[in-house]
Ligand binder design. Structure first.
Ligand SMILES: Cc1cc2nc3c(=O)[nH]c(=O)nc-3n(C[C@H](O)[C@H](O)[C@H](O)COP(=O)(O)OP(=O)(O)OC[C@H]3O[C@@H](n4cnc5c(N)ncnc54)[C@H](O)[C@@H]3O)c2cc1C
Length: 592
């Protein structure tokens, strides 16, 4: 039976069944094999060189990329006809997750395989692919992506780099400076965006040896120090006309669509980093003694372990559910479709809301994880003797690149409202129903015969809260809602938490029948702990939105509705936290 297809953002107005979602427990043997190969490569080849890589011995990065090429790890997303493996997104996310444990080297890898390679795969002409793709997926050449400029980051289309056709019509002469370019120090191949005649934003494929292209000094960064970040300076850089990418003036499509992929891969990478950091924290808690016992025996430490484990499970559930959504849709596009990659891009773009959610949620889970893991290490966490300090510094960039978390939060309601206006999502109709249910007396009854009944009831109610608040925003501000960023950010937080809670519950429900009794207990504890934390976060965001939009009687009514819609009976929360922490402490690692 064909997998059920969901529209992007549809989760906010419909219910999914657990059998509809992909989970990490659904990996095929082939996918597991690639995960295993990646993990072994990281452990055996990268970890021994980590320290030297941190000191910017970039020869290691270059050599390791060649090894990645030999292992097939650079060709997961590349078309078969050019020597690629063309595997699904779940596989490329698994590779990104495993690679994240390679510290700074994972930045070299992910910039190369993601933003460095994909513009060529998706928008390159057959001649361009023929010329460059083989070198890139074998690791012979390393790729970079140049969008940001000193004066334009989030406002990418405000770029001032220019491209002017030479008098003989054979070259574009590129001028300007690109800022913060990952792999800049050693990349051989750059996708560079510039405006033709100062107005038509366009992509170009540029070789390192191009006359007029030079590389700036390495940035002195706070974290991911073993990755290269430089300016790329263009001074009449002579780019052959045949290296123009896609269509003139359509560079924004390349730039933004590739970022969707960057976002879900970043979700996978940060999930992998969370797992590693949690394991490090648990091991330390088991070793460190205070007051005559290990610190792992203290409730304050156990609570951290439980909260982080539950959040990391949610992060993983979000990422692979998204992989399934995208893969199911991409599988419906026949390879013979004219403009195949255009349709393919649209297939990914359908889930741009979920991609933004994965980026924000998983990077912020990692932020909490590294902060608390450092705290578990006490004073030693503040020293370079232990890895917690490095995790803490390396994490920070994830909330800035691939679109800052502010920009991604704003995208979530922005895209949803745009689709509602176009009639693609029946938001208005559903919001009206939610308002009606807000006014009517509540008859919420638990059906104990279904798994996670209390959590599912909360979820249905949170969706009502989202609809009421998004509906209130639209009613009150109409088209100017886009200028009310504080409200949009709060609405985004509700949408993010709903997706995370739902992904967690559905994954748990799907795998529960396959588990031993002790695993069942751990999974049920994860659901309780994460649903409680997620509902608190969603409730707080909902109250924030209400206070910022309304006052008087309407505010009172909204607040009463939010109280009802965010009510969750988390009886047994302490036992759930202790059970989860004890299982983790006994296993001496992240347990899922
Ligand atoms: C280590 C590193 C590697 C990088 N690698 C690459 C790379 O390989 N290629 C590349 O092209 N770029 C790269 N970048 C650039 C990165 O993508 C940008 O730094 C990022 O997009 C933010 O742009 P900015 O730094 O100009 O910040 P700004 O856009 O100036 O943002 C500053 C602050 O204002 C907020 N803000 C901006 N606009 C809005 C708005 N409309 N509404 C609300 N808030 C807003 C932001 O969220 C942020 O908090 C890298 C950056 C770093 C640090």
């Amino acid at each position: 039976m064909a997998a059920k297809l969901f529209k992007g953002a549809e989760y906010l107005i419909t219910e999914a069944a657990c059998t509809d979602i992909f989970t990490p427990e659904d990996f095929s043997d082939e996918q597991k094999q690639i995960g295993e190969t990646t993990e072994q490569f990281v452990l055996n080849e990268v970890v021994p060189l980590k320290e030297e890589i941190e000191h910017q011995n970039f020869a290691h990065n270059v050599a390791l990329m060649k090894k990645c090429g030999e292992l097939g790890l650079l060709m997961i997303d590349a078309p078969e006809e050019y020597g690629g493996l063309e595997l699904d997104k779940a596989t490329s996310m698994l590779a990104a997750e495993k690679l994240s444990q390679a510290g700074s080297f994972s930045v070299t890898y992910s910039a190369h395989t993601g933003i460095g390679t994909l513009p060529l795969v998706y928008y390159g002409t057959p001649e361009q692919k023929e010329k460059y793709l083989g070198k890139i997926i074998s690791g012979e050449w390393i790729a970079a992506y140049c969008l940001t400029e000193p004066g334009s980051g989030s406002d990418a289309l405000g770029a001032s780099a220019t491209a002017t056709l030479s008098e003989d019509g054979k070259y574009y002469l590129l001028n300007g400076t690109k800022q913060f370019i990952t792999n800049g120090g050693f990349a051989d191949f750059f996708t560079i965006f510039a405006k033709i005649d100062k107005q038509h934003f366009t992509g170009f494929l540029v070789e390192r040896t191009t006359e007029g292209l030079s590389i700036g000094a390495e940035e002195k960064k706070m974290g991911v120090k073993g990755s290269s970040t430089t300016q790329v300076i263009l001074d009449n850089a002579k780019v052959p006309v045949e290296n123009l990418q896609g269509e003139i003036g359509k560079g924004h499509k390349i730039a933004f669509n590739v970022l969707n992929v960057g976002r879900f891969k970043l979700g996978a990478g940060t999930t992998g980093a969370s797992k590693l950091a949690i394991t490090t924290g648990i091991k330390y808690a088991n070793e460190r003694k205070a007051f005559g016992t290990t610190i792992a025996s203290f409730g304050a430490i156990k609570e951290k372990v439980a909260n982080l484990t539950a959040a990391c499970f949610a992060s993983e559930s979000v990422v692979y559910r998204l992989a399934g959504l995208i893969d199911n849709r991409l599988a419906t596009i026949p390879k013979e479709t004219p403009n195949y990659y255009e349709a393919y891009q649209e297939g990914i773009e359908e889930y741009s809301v979920e991609c933004a959610i994965a980026k924000v949620f998983c990077s912020e889970v990692l932020a909490d994880v590294v902060d608390e893991v450092l705290q578990i290490h006490g004073g030693y966490g503040f020293t370079q003797e232990y890895p917690a300090e490095g995790y803490y510094r390396d994490e920070r960039i994830n909330r800035i690149w691939e679109g800052t978390n502010e920009i991604n939060r704003l995208l979530i309601p922005g895209i949803i409202l745009k689709r509602a206006m176009k009639g693609e999502i029946p938001l208005q109709k559903e919001a009206m129903k939610a308002f009606e249910s807000l006014m009517s007396p509540s008859f919420d009854e638990l059906d104990d015969s279904i798994p996670f009944a209390a959590e599912k009831l909360l979820l249905a109610n949170l969706k009502q809260a989202f609809l009421v608040l998004a509906g209130t925003g639209v009613q009150k501000f109409m088209a100017t809602i886009k200028d009310e960023q504080e409200i949009l950010m709060a609405v985004a937080d509700i949408a993010i938490n709903i997706f995370a809670i739902e992904s967690t519950i559905l994954r748990a429900e799907k795998i529960l029948p396959t588990l031993s009794d002790s695993k069942k207990a751990s999974i049920s504890a994860v659901v309780k702990v994460f649903t409680f934390n997620g509902s608190e976060a969603a409730g707080s965001a909902a109250r924030r939105a209400a206070y910022m939009m309304e006052e008087g009687d309407t505010l009172t009514m909204l607040l009463a509705g939010i109280r009802r819609f965010t009510k969750y009976d988390a009886t047994g929360l302490l036992q759930a936290k202790r059970l989860l922490a004890d299982a983790s402490i006994e296993a001496d690692r992240y347990i899922f």
